[in-house]
Design a protein. Sequence first.
Length: 190
Amino acid sequence: MKRWIGLLALLGALWGTALAAQDAEDAVEAQEAGTAKTDKPPEEVCKPDVGCVTNLPLPRFVSLKGSEGNARRGPGLTHRIDWVFTRAGMPLKITAEFENWRRVEDFEGAGGWVHYSLLSGVRTALVTLDMAELHDAPEDGSAVVAQAELGVIGRILECNPAWCRVSLDGTRGWIRKSSIWGVKDEEVVE
């Protein structure tokens, strides 16, 4: 019985080798004839302003889900870690996609490839102006309800073309987009 199993395994291996050789011959013939097929998606699928994996716009903003995330040189665990994000909720800009990996950058342009499971769709913003004013309405003449220090991270609640309503440490108010990073110019968030 063991001989039959061994013989069947040998025949299977030989058959697989023969099929692989035939596939290789077919591929060479197709390439020479100009009819070679590739596994690569057509270029029309991957537009420069839309992610090939998610079909969501690029660039777009997300946030760091946990308190730590490794940014790698390339999309995979075998690539070297170039940067470590260490602030939960930090806004990040996705600039490219590859399978389960997203190329991200922070406010200063530092970043790399991060696994998508480390990212959240919750929109946050980083205050980029020291003592930025939060208003009770999206108008310069409205009452100031608080001031935010440089580097504070808060959640974006909504945005119009010039202002965003944010929640910073429990305080809610409207802040000029020019005082934060984490939302595109003219972007409306509802």
